[in-house]
Design a protein around this ligand. Structure first.
Ligand code: TNX
Length: 504
């Protein structure tokens, strides 16, 4: 017996066609021999703390269904039966910071990236190369953890790949938001915009203005239960998102959409009288008092506290549908509000409407309904995030029979949500200024996590592909085929997605 010999490792040949990759990677070369992860596979995480953290994340998640506690070494030896997590800041073959190269062979898996973010993105692809059972939350014995033979070179088309959750019309718990983060992260989404305030509720603790939550958080649409995040809870969300390489973008909508604040503090109203809490679904009836000094004290306090909770560069000022604020007042107000955001070291994001106030080239305008207005924003040098309502508004019904959702921008079945081109939507905006897309979920009709999942999935998965994949890799037929295969993972994760007839 050869004591120093290891037994021949079992070989399993699994073709890539048995796996579904969404978003589709830029370049894939397949070869016959893939890799089999078994109980003796060793992880090499190198000496970089960030690659070690990504390796640890993989190992922890892999352990849940496999039961394997893979040995992890903080070195990089090209041994057989190994998985390598490599960060190499100078890797010139990788085209951007979120890109990665993933290679499998019978001896090893190597994921290389320039940054921790890129490595994380590569790991999301690795999960999709493993059997669906990788998603199981319980031990799954006798699985063959085989990965097809591939060399994948990948990087995103757009830097901003976002989702938005409206926690103001209905409130969602920290647990719900974390589940949402888990779900979207696997599609390489990297921004979560939280719509924290609106007429129907104020959802973030502001220590210097405590009645915002004592009073303003108690309402929600339809008289449903309100709620808010304490600053500690909010920090917890931000940290959790960061672990998934997602940046939280907080929105305080102003000067309209402010009834909850106006109900909390009489002095924010021009007539000095507090408004009643609001539980309806109308928009465009409220405004902060633009002429009074106290309004700007309020703004300064709110933005200062919010900036201190924000690890990203952007604070979203809303600015949409201020129908009862005279235009001049609106522009004056947003000029002052933008200056306060800058003062606290952040940049401004806002709905396309804010461009009328004058914006800078550091601003992001979020297109939602009017191509001309968004284009005017871009002409001032701003970057543009695309959220065209008929394509990306996740609260639009799938069909006229959908039980929840709205219809003002039309019906959005899953093919329609996918079939559009971010590169040509705004004809007069140079492509360099389009930084990405975002899918907003407004929650007037959405009361719980099941309802969120029903409207979001599977449409958001298609948006994630539009934001990530190269133009020549996009196509409804290919996407639909991959989505059909992918649905099993949603079932395993108990996602309450919409069972579109197109998936049959
Ligand atoms: C428009 S989109 C709004 C929201 C509503 C949404 C419902 C935007 C900037 N404003 O206040 O919730 O439609 O679809």
């Amino acid at each position: 017996v050869c004591l120093s010999c290891t037994p021949e490792k079992a070989q399993v040949l699994v073709p890539l066609s048995e796996r579904s990759l969404i978003p589709y990677p830029n370049e894939i070369v397949t070869h016959e021999e893939g890799f089999l992860i078994d109980a003796t596979t060793v992880i090499y995480a190198g000496t970089n703390l960030e690659s070690q953290a990504v390796a640890q994340g993989f190992s922890n998640r892999f352990r849940v269904p496999s039961g394997f506690i893979l040995a992890t070494k903080n070195e990089s030896k090209l041994a057989t039966n190994s998985i390598h997590f490599v960060i190499d800041a100078s890797a010139s073959e990788i085209s951007n910071d979120e890109g990665y190269i993933l290679k499998t062979s019978k001896d090893r898996i190597i994921i290389r990236a320039r940054t921790m973010v890129g490595l994380h993105m590569g790991v999301q692809t690795l999960y999709q190369l493993l059997p669906d059972e990788i998603e199981n939350k319980t031990l799954t014995p006798d699985m063959i953890w085989a990965v097809p033979g591939v060399t994948i070179e990948d990087a995103p088309s757009y830097a901003y790949r976002g989702a938005m959750l409206d926690v103001a019309r209905h409130f969602f718990s920290v647990e719900d938001v974390k589940r949402y983060i888990d779900l979207i992260a696997s599609y390489k989404i990297n921004k979560l915009h939280l719509h924290l305030t609106d007429d129907q509720g104020w959802r973030i603790e502001i220590k210097s203005w405590p009645k915002l939550t004592e009073i303003g958080s108690t309402s929600a649409v339809g008289g449903d239960q309100g709620g808010f995040y304490t600053q500690a809870q909010y920090r917890d969300i931000v940290a959790y998102a960061k672990l998934h390489q997602i940046t939280i973008i907080p929105e305080i909508d102003m000067p309209g959409h402010t009834n909850a604040a106006l109900a909390s503090y009489p002095e924010l109203n021009c007539d000095g009288k507090a408004r009643d809490l609001y539980t309806g679904m109308k928009v465009g009836f409220s405004t902060l008092c633009v002429d009074s000094e106290i309004t700007y004290t309020f703004l300064d306090d709110v933005i200062r506290e919010l900036a201190s909770l924000t690890d990203g560069d952007y604070i979203h000022l809303g600015g949409d549908e201020s129908h009862v604020t005279p235009k001049e007042d609106y522009n004056l107000f947003l000029t002052k509000a933008q200056a306060i955001v800058k003062k606290y070291g952040k940049n401004v994001m806002g709905w396309e409407d804010i461009q009328s106030a004058g914006i800078s080239d550091e601003t992001i305008v979020q297109h939602w309904t009017n191509n001309d207005i968004a284009t005017k924003g871009a002409k001032q040098g701003a970057s543009v995030v695309l959220s065209p309502a008929p394509k990306t508004y996740l609260d639009m019904k799938y069909t006229k029979d959908t039980k929840i959702g709205l219809t003002w921008a039309g019906l959005t079945p899953i093919d329609s949500a996918y079939i559009w081109n971010p590169r040509t939507l705004l004809k007069d905006v140079p492509s360099s200024q389009i930084i990405g897309i975002e899918s907003p979920l407004w929650t007037e009709t959405v009361k719980d996590m099941d309802a969120i999942e029903y409207l979001v999935f599977p449409r958001l998965i298609g948006h994630a592909e539009l934001g990530w994949s190269r133009e020549d890799n996009l196509g409804w037929d290919s996407y639909l085929e991959r989505l059909k295969m992918h649905i099993n993972r949603l079932d395993i994760k108990e996602v309450d997605y919409y069972k579109s007839p197109l998936l049959e």
